[in-house]
Design a binder for this molecule. Structure first.
Ligand code: GDP
Length: 367
């Protein structure tokens, strides 16, 4: 898909009301664009970085959509962000671009801060100067809660981040609040617990698992041996929802009488080990966990193992290289406020989400 420079995209938006969405090649951005095209009449301009290797998988279906154009966008460049807001004068600016991977934030702490925190100043300043009525959403995260002090976590839970990523989002929240209060901007940062789906990147544990399950299922059906999936801490607990449910919550946050902070969550928590169990189950492979800590293993149940022997029965094992320098052990949201005030609620259950992701990966691998 063609990525335009801002000047070249302006003629397409003349006399149209525009929503600018960043991070559209990613999971949340692409689902947000789909949602807006379906549920509103706005012209959507998507922001994405122009890379030497195109990563347009998630937006390929928008190629010829007359209400969508892609523009070159980088969170680290204040000048171009300013120009985008000045030229497009969008009604809404939805920032779903970020350095999103917690694990990488220890390897690239400064880049994480540059994108996720300094980048937000660039956006807020651009809005303040060029279109102060533009409603701004910034992606916030339950990783800001980090080392939690109570459960479930609601909007009042203190920030106790455990990673450079969590710290960067936490600081961005304060900036959004300061601009909201200082300049009367409609600027909000949602508190979104983990949200996954068929467009999730493989660096996240959910997609790593569901892709691995599909690969193993194929090998089993073809009578071939397979590589075991290797994971880090499978005891960590997360509150997972469907990203497609969350974009509806984001849009609702942007369309209240006054701006406010909301948690979006399923209000359930599950371990990574449970996610593994459900994923294999969704592919009709029964397995069970044995052992503790680094020697924990998930293998095919005895009944099925007889069927698959002597090829391989260990499906998942632990590799400490995937442990993090500091871990968030438990996340469990309380989205009562969003459910009451926004009339929002998730539609997809945990089991349905796992099932959907596994079925999608089985399909992609030709099963
Ligand atoms: P996060 O909650 O935004 O950090 O989402 P992730 O999907 O990256 O990680 C969720 C949890 O899974 C964390 O507690 C990780 O430590 C844990 N985890 C265990 N094994 C892995 C792995 O192989 N990759 C990733 N990304 N996370 C893993």
């Amino acid at each position: 898909m063609e990525i335009y420079n801002i000047n070249d995209v302006v003629p397409f938006t003349e006399n149209k009301k525009v929503v600018f969405v960043t991070g559209v090649t990613g999971q949340d951005g692409s689902f947000m664009v789909d949602y807006l095209l379906k549920n509103t009449d706005y012209f959507i301009v998507g922001g994405a970085r122009r890379l030497s290797i195109k990563n347009h998988e998630n937006i390929r279906h928008l190629e010829n959509n007359p209400r969508f154009k892609l523009v070159n966008f980088d969170l680290s460049d204040a000048h171009s962000i300013s120009k985008i807001v000045e030229k497009l004068k969008p009604e809404y600016f939805i920032n779903l671009a970020a350095q999103t991977f917690v694990g990488s934030s220890w390897d690239f702490p400064a880049q994480t801060w540059e994108c996720n925190t300094t980048g937000i100043i660039h956006i807020l300043e651009a809005i303040r100067q060029h279109k102060s009525t533009c409603r701004f959403y910034n992606a916030g995260s339950s990783e800001e809660y980090g080392n939690v002090v109570y459960s479930p976590q609601d909007e009042n839970h203190p920030a106790k981040p455990r990673s450079p990523y969590g710290a960067s989002k936490s600081a961005a929240r304060q900036l959004v609040k300061v601009y909201r209060e200082s300049y009367n901007l409609y600027a909000v940062q949602g508190l979104l617990f983990n949200h996954e789906g068929t467009r999730r990147g493989e660096e996240f544990v959910t997609r790593k698992i569901t892709k691995g399950v599909a690969r193993i299922k194929k090998s089993i059906l073809e009578g071939k041996s397979f590589d075991t999936i290797e994971l880090g801490n499978v005891k960590a607990r997360r509150d997972w929802s469907d990203a497609e449910d969350f974009v509806d919550g984001i849009w609702k946050m942007l369309n209240q009488e006054s701006p406010n902070e909301y948690v979006l969550s399923s209000n359930e928590t599950h371990t990574i080990a449970e996610f593994v169990w459900h994923s294999f189950k969704a592919a009709d492979i029964e397995g069970e966990w044995h052992g503790q800590a680094e020697s924990a293993e998930f293998s095919i149940t005895t009944k099925d193992a007889i069927k698959y022997e002597p090829r391989c029965s260990v499906l998942v094992k632990i590799n400490p290289k995937f442990y993090r320098p500091a871990e968030v052990d438990l996340l469990l949201g309380d989205s009562t406020k969003a459910r009451n005030e926004l009339k929002w609620e998730p539609k997809t259950s945990f089991e349905q989400l796992v099932d959907k992701m596994v079925k999608n990966d089985l399909k992609q691998i030709g099963l």
